[in-house]
Design a binder for this molecule. Structure first.
Ligand code: FAD
Length: 224
């Protein structure tokens, strides 16, 4: 058997569990398919994390998480868990990655959430899909680009506030108002450079007449 305890996911939840376990001298086998920190490093500014009264950038918190975590010399397996089975008779879990199987008596699953995909976009041609992102960590160094953010919740608002510092941002919202926290809504309203379009609906995407690729979008009172 490889380990008594294994942990799937090294986002904030998995890291918190791992740190506490390691402090008790229990070293779980930790599986992480991507960067340590999960979704949180997409966050522009985190204001609800105790200990940072002024708030902290998601990417900075990620560095601190990593530093604290790596100090324990964790047993980290950088791989995606693609199957998890429980063998009742042996009371054992089998954890399957691309390369091999691991066995563990107990498993903590902290695999988090995934951004919800927009079905219309999934059918777009590959050429267009190359310009679609569900997380912004790869866009943080972009400057002077025109960006469309689809959504009206907290994450869309956070992305808009963050990316509009160096880029031209349009926020496309399906509803008739933003659903983000009042605090974030207020900040967006104070930023006339962030254009918000309400009642948005994708019509089609594909080769345009004037441009090789185009997306048709209709919204309350117009189309683009
Ligand atoms: C833009 C943005 C701003 C945010 N701002 C805030 C904020 O200000 N305050 C706040 O409290 N929260 C904020 N959040 C939410 C916060 O990021 C999440 O609540 C938090 O990341 C959830 O942590 P988690 O560990 O449960 O999951 P995740 O962060 O999703 O981490 C899960 C981890 O598991 C890994 N994983 C998943 N499946 C597998 C698998 N099969 N094999 C191996 N590894 C796997 C993933 O790669 C990931 O690293 C924000 C989120 C975003 C996107």
């Amino acid at each position: 058997m490889d380990r008594d305890l294994s942990l799937i996911g090294a986002g904030p939840a998995g890291l918190t569990a791992a740190l506490q376990l390691m402090r008790y001298g229990i070293k779980p086998l930790i599986f992480e398919q991507a960067d340590i920190c999960g979704l949180l490093d997409n966050a522009g500014w985190i204001e609800n994390y105790p200990g940072f009264p002024e708030g902290i950038r998601g990417s900075d918190l990620k560095m601190l998480f990593q530093k604290q975590f790596m100090a324990y010399e964790p047993d980290l397996i950088r791989a995606r868990v693609r199957k998890l089975l429980f063998y009742q008779e042996q009371e054992l879990f089998s954890i399957e990655t691309e390369d091999r199987h691991y066995q563990s008596r107990q498993v903590v699953i902290a695999s988090g959430t995934r951004p919800k995909k927009i079905p219309e976009i999934e059918t777009w041609p590959e050429e267009l899909n190359k310009h679609v992102f569900y997380e912004i960590r790869t866009l943080l160094s972009e400057k002077n680009k025109k960006m469309i953010i689809v959504g009206g919740g907290d994450i869309a608002a956070d992305y808009a506030l963050h990316l509009s510092r160096d880029n031209q941002v349009v926020l496309l919202c399906r509803g008739s108002q933003l659903r983000a926290l009042p605090l974030l809504r207020k900040r967006i309203e104070m930023r006339p450079d962030i254009r918000i379009v309400y009642g948005m609906r994708f019509e089609s995407a594909g080769p345009g007449i004037e441009r090789p690729m185009a997306v048709d979008i209709s919204y309350e009172g117009g189309r683009a």
